[in-house]
Design a protein around this ligand. Structure first.
Ligand SMILES: [Zn+2]
Length: 285
C-alpha cells in the first residue's frame, strides 16, 4: 500500500471547480501538482480520480465528484437536501456568507446525504463538501447526518461516509458544538443494531468532526496524506511550546498510532469499500 509522505496544501485549480489559471481557450488546460511540481492535463488528473498521475498526490475533491468516483453509476439518491442552515445567533455576515458559498459550491449545505450502491452493495452514504465553508459542521450538517443514520438503522443499511471538515461552524456557536453529541448518539443507535459504519477520512478532517462521527466507525479508512487532527498543528505547538514530531497529524501517523485501520488511495476505494460492505452484510440477523 503506497504511503505518501506529504502534507496537504489548500486550494488548487481543480478545487476551484476545474477553473484553471490556464488560458480560457485551452480545451484541456494543464494544472501543476503541488507535490511533484509537474504539469498535467486536467483530463488525465480526472481520469486518475483527481490524483496526480505522476506521484499520486490527492487533490481535494468535491462531494459530487466523490460520489461519481465511488457509487455505482446512477445509483445515488439524495435525501434531506431541504435541511439547510439558518442564522440562529444573527452572527455578523453569516447570512451573506451562506449565500456566497451556496453559489460558489453549488451546494446548499456542507454535506450531501443519500443512498447508493457501491460494487452492488446498498448503503447509506454521506459525503462532506470542502467548498462549502471547508465542510464545517453547523446544525444542518449535524441534522442531515443524524437523519441518515436513523434512516440506515430503520432500513438496516450500512453507512459509508467521507469526511472533510475544519470542524464545528463557529458562526453557529453552541448549536454547532452540540452536533458532536447529537451525531455520536445517532452513530451509537445505528451500531447497537449491529450495523456497519465505514468512515473514510480525507484531508483535512479536524475539530468537532474528528472528535465525533469521523472517528466512530467500525473500520476507519483514510486517504494518503490526509491531515487528521483536533486542534491545528500551530495551535498545539504554540500551546505546548514543544516542537511537533515529523508527520504530525497525517493519515500515515494516525495509522502508525492505531487511529485509522488502513490508508486507501482513491483509485482503490470503490473496490475496498465494496469488499468491506460485502463482508459486513447481515449484521442484524
Ligand atoms: Zn505529483
Amino acid at each position: 500500500m503506497p504511503i505518501l509522505n506529504f502534507r496537504r496544501r489548500p486550494q488548487n485549480e481543480l478545487e476551484r471547480g476545474g477553473r484553471s489559471r490556464a488560458r480560457a481557450d485551452q480545451t484541456d488546460p494543464e494544472i501543476s501538482c503541488p507535490n511533484c511540481h509537474r504539469s498535467w492535463p486536467v483530463s488525465s488528473v480526472w481520469a486518475n480520480y483527481n490524483t496526480c498521475p505522476g506521484c499520486g498526490w490527492h487533490y481535494r475533491t468535491g462531494a459530487r465528484q466523490r460520489i461519481s468516483f465511488t457509487a455505482d453509476e446512477d445509483s445515488f439518491e439524495e435525501m434531506f437536501s431541504d435541511i439547510v442552515s439558518t442564522d440562529p445567533l444573527k452572527f455578523p455576515g453569516y447570512t451573506k456568507k451562506l449565500s456566497v458559498v451556496r453559489a460558489a459550491s453549488n451546494e446548499k449545505e456542507a454535506v450531501v446525504c443519500g443512498t447508493a450502491s457501491i460494487g452492488g452493495q446498498k448503503c447509506a452514504l454521506f459525503v462532506m463538501e470542502p467548498q462549502f465553508m471547508m465542510g464545517s459542521m453547523g446544525a444542518a450538517v449535524g441534522e442531515r447526518i443524524v437523519r441518515l443514520f436513523e434512516y440506515a438503522a430503520e432500513q438496516e443499511l450500512p453507512v459509508v461516509g467521507f469526511t472533510v471538515s475544519g470542524g464545528a461552524r463557529m458562526q453557529e456557536g453552541l448549536f454547532s458544538l452540540m452536533q458532536m453529541a447529537k451525531t455520536s448518539g445517532a452513530v451509537l443507535k445505528h451500531s447497537e443494531k449491529g450495523l456497519f459504519y465505514l468512515p473514510v477520512i480525507t484531508g483535512p478532517t479536524t475539530g468537532g468532526v474528528t472528535a465525533s462521527f469521523a472517528m466512530e466507525g467500525d473500520i476507519i479508512l483514510a486517504e494518503p496524506g490526509a491531515t487528521i487532527g483536533f486542534a491545528g498543528a500551530r495551535v498545539v505547538e504554540q500551546t505546548t511550546r514543544k516542537p511537533l514530531p515529523k508527520g504530525f497529524q497525517t493519515a500515515e501517523s494516525m495509522l502508525e498510532h492505531g487511529f485509522v485501520d488502513a490508508i486507501v488511495p482513491r483509485n482503490r476505494q470503490r473496490k475496498v469499500i465494496a469488499q468491506l460492505l460485502r463482508l459486513h452484510t447481515g449484521g442484524v440477523k
